[in-house]
Design a protein around this ligand. Structure first.
Ligand code: GDP
Ligand code: MG
Length: 428
């Protein structure tokens, strides 16, 4: 194991503790910057950049994967799929692509136009339906979108269509009215799946936008469009998933009817990271000084234990690095909204408190925390000196104990089986 990996492990275990989270006691894991990594599968030459990239990669994969099975239509029944999203996001184009996709898979498929507002909506969808080779329902004269949707769905349901896709209009009115209309349509046609379509180029507003739709109609799937457009990162996808708790099922990769691709979490995140300013991320981590603690780790391994002083050094590095949400912000498309509110700051405050307490300890105590077990007067003295209560001092000592229990065993194991060295950050 590379020593700096150990450093990362310890630092982050500390951070987790500061957040009062439970630590996994199994041996084959590492916690680096708050994330678990499988150290068993990493050879000793694995460099830090790779590890961090892997951690960030895994974390982002978790964010675009809500852990919900995507909607699966049922054969031989009408599956009503309603499309929602802002005007211009790509609803009409995408629902046509989806109709084409299902038709090619042998489903009896149809498209319903419920956009009675925008001039040309009817023609656009009708032409697309012809291109896709699927049936179409729409009306030139009907001005009520709810009625148009209902009539279309009824029409295809009685003809035993299996996939009935309903295209709705975007933001042509005041937002409130649009959402009202969307809800009325949904109440009447009772869709089996609501697909939220989002333009891949939108950034920070993605979360609020997705949430607004989801709180009006229960979104079940997300499609991100225009990922083929140059410089489109698609980072808003993370927010859309977080806000709707729904999986991304497809992404749009062009204007043609066949430009629809199945969404794959890993390749999407890989692509997203291609835009990341990783140099900055590494610089920040390197600045924290975690890498320069070879000597400290050597000593810990030698002793087979972690003292309060070791803990202090790790806290110092953590403080320098700043809250996790600030670090994650260096990743494109990442939005601090995706992290639990205040968690970063809370742990910083706790760390600060614990460091103050340790500042009031003697060198002897820092090197030998057992002294506190033998004499409770020491705890009162440190509490007084640091301006914190006895409870907080005890809490800190408890954390140290839990921490040294978990890592002490590992350090003992490492003694005698040391291999590898500190990676050279310049090579990263
Ligand atoms: P709607 O208002 O939500 O129905 O959006 P439209 O389906 O009318 O699409 C708006 C514009 O985006 C059109 O010019 C589409 O051709 C374009 N568009 C939709 N999806 C994609 C895509 O995946 N890639 C590209 N390049 N353009 C797209
Ligand atoms: Mg449209």
């Amino acid at each position: 194991m590379v020593l700096s990996q150990l450093g990362g492990k310890i630092t982050n275990a500390l951070k987790k503790m500061a957040n009062s989270t439970v630590i996994d006691e199994s041996q084959n894991f590492g916690i680096i910057y708050g994330n678990k990594v499988d150290l068993a599968n990493m050879d000793s030459g694995t460099n830090k950049r790779k590890i961090i990239k892997q951690v960030v990669f895994d974390e982002l994969c978790k964010l675009v994967d809500p852990g919900v099975e995507p909607f699966k239509p049922v054969k031989g029944k009408p599956n009503i799929i309603m499309f929602v999203g802002l005007q211009g996001s790509g609803k009409t184009t995408t629902c046509s692509k989806m109709a084409y996709y299902y038709k090619n898979k042998g489903w009896k498929t149809s498209l319903v136009c419920a956009d009675t507002f925008r001039a040309g909506a009817y023609d656009q969808l009708k032409q697309n339906a012809t291109k896709a080779g699927v049936s179409f329902y729409g009306s030139y004269t009907e001005s009520d979108p709810v009625k148009a949707a209902k009539d279309g769905v009824t029409n295809f349901t009685i003809q035993d269509y299996e996939i009935i896709i309903v295209d709705t209009s975007g933001r042509h009115k005041q937002e409130k009215e649009l959402f009202q209309e969307m809800k009325q349509i949904s109440d009447v046609i009772k869709p089996n799946n609501v697909v939220f379509v989002m333009d891949g180029s939108i950034g920070q507003s993605a979360y609020d936008q997705a949430l607004a739709f989801h709180s009006t109609v229960p979104v079940g799937s997300v499609i991100i469009t225009k990922l083929d457009v140059k410089h489109t990162k698609g980072g808003g996808a993370l927010s859309a998933v977080a806000a709707t708790k729904s999986p991304i099922i497809f992404f749009g990769s062009g204007e043609h009817i066949y430009d629809l691709e199945l969404f794959d979490v890993k390749s999407f995140v890989g692509r997203l990271l291609g835009y990341g300013d990783f140099r900055q991320l590494f610089d920040k981590i390197q600045d924290s000084g975690i890498e320069d603690k070879a000597e400290l780790y050597e000593k810990m391994i030698e002793r087979g234990d972690i003292t309060l002083r070791d803990m202090y050094e790790q806290y110092k590095a953590l403080q320098k690095m700043g809250p996790m949400d600030k670090i994650m912000e260096l990743i494109p498309g990442f939005n601090a909204d995706l992290l639990p509110k205040g968690s970063g700051e809370e742990s910083q405050v706790r760390i600060h408190k614990y460091m103050c307490i340790m500042d009031s300890m003697t060198n002897k105590e820092l090197d030998n925390p057992k002294l506190f077990d033998q004499n409770s007067g020491r705890i009162s003295r440190v509490a007084r000196g640091s301006g914190h209560s006895i409870t907080v001092v005890k809490q800190m000592l408890e954390e140290h104990k839990r921490f040294s229990k978990v890592f002490g065993a590992m350090l003992k194991k490492m003694k005698g089986s040391k291999r590898g060295g500190m990676p050279n950050m310049n090579q990263l």
